[in-house]
Design a protein around this ligand. Sequence first.
Ligand code: ZN
Length: 149
Amino acid sequence: MAKCKICGGYTKYTNGYCLKCYKIKEEMKKTPLIKNITKKEEKARAKATPQARKIHDALRTKEVPSFLELWDKHKHIDVAIPKYGINIEVDGEYHNTRPKQALADLKRTYYSYKKGFFTLRIPNSLVEKHFEECVDLIIEIVNLNKNKE
Ligand SMILES: [Zn+2]
């Protein structure tokens, strides 16, 4: 058994990638505008959810300097735009239906905001149903923060 060149997990495939990372690599070919993906970013892609990757790729394509799975010393942020102080958390349904999770999320939002990072919570359902509008609005918010510079 060989190790996957991206995530380090074991793979039975001879190309050096596990099935998940191979699919993510193939998916990258559909977004040719994203250049200079580092090894570190490739690893981050493997950890991100498809919805987070979709948002990240759309932002990058529009030249917003976004990063997947960025570490803020407490947890990994799904999609981060550190230059403009914006964190994006792409959430599954349980974030809304479980009060304990919702409270933990609100606390994180508070601590991030104290450090100057505004958190946007985007439910998966929004990515799936109103993707274009969702990305356009994120870019509007980024632009508002750009003007503060
Ligand atoms: Zn892998």
